[in-house]
Ligand binder design. Structure first.
Ligand code: SME
Length: 162
């Protein structure tokens, strides 16, 4: 397994995602452990895009529980339907939040976060097993293109047991 992510010079995100995706596919390979895989995916996204906080919350029982992440300390448990993460889980869809202060019930783990995207990860059965949460210090930092690319990244994780 390669230990270095090769990225283009350009900061264009679509170009970076295009380079990253096959490397993530290879990195994930046949690894069956979700925590190991989420850890490397969070590290690769941090290296490629440098966002403030990048991490996973896993569905355990009736809560989301903090999983592998890159960035400052974060809250460990989020109830179903609470915050952006719990809402993305409940509604089973990606939530793109251009201004976190305008999202009712947003959970502020970091005072520096301005915008956020949360992408659900479904298991083999189609139910949500985890979410990928990314916070940016910039307002309205996430585009529909980012959403599409991050949904592709999360699709790579779907065969992995939650
Ligand atoms: N802002 C999230 C909580 C998780 S942290 O951002 C890492 C939310 O509202 O669900």
């Amino acid at each position: 397994m390669t230990e270095v992510i090769a990225l283009p010079e350009t900061q264009d995100r679509s170009a970076r995602f295009a380079a990253l995706l096959p490397q993530l596919r290879a990195l994930i390979g046949a690894e069956p452990d979700p925590v190991a895989t989420m850890a490397n995916v969070a590290a690769a996204l941090k290296e490629a895009f440098g966002w403030h906080w990048i991490g996973f919350y896993r569905v355990i029982g009736d809560e989301l529980v903090l999983g592998p992440f890159q960035g400052p300390l974060a809250c460990t448990r989020i109830a179903y339907g609470r915050g952006v993460c719990g809402t993305a889980w409940k509604e089973d869809r990606t939530l793109l939040v251009p201004d976190v202060e305008q999202f009712p019930g947003h959970i502020a783990c970091s005072a520096h976060s301005r915008s956020e995207i949360v992408v659900p990860i479904r298991g083999r059965t189609g139910t949500v097993k985890a979410v990928l949460d990314i916070d940016s210090v910039l307002p309205a930092d996430f585009t529909d293109e980012d959403r599409e690319h991050l949904e592709e990244v999360c699709a790579l994780l779907e065969p992995i047991p939650g």
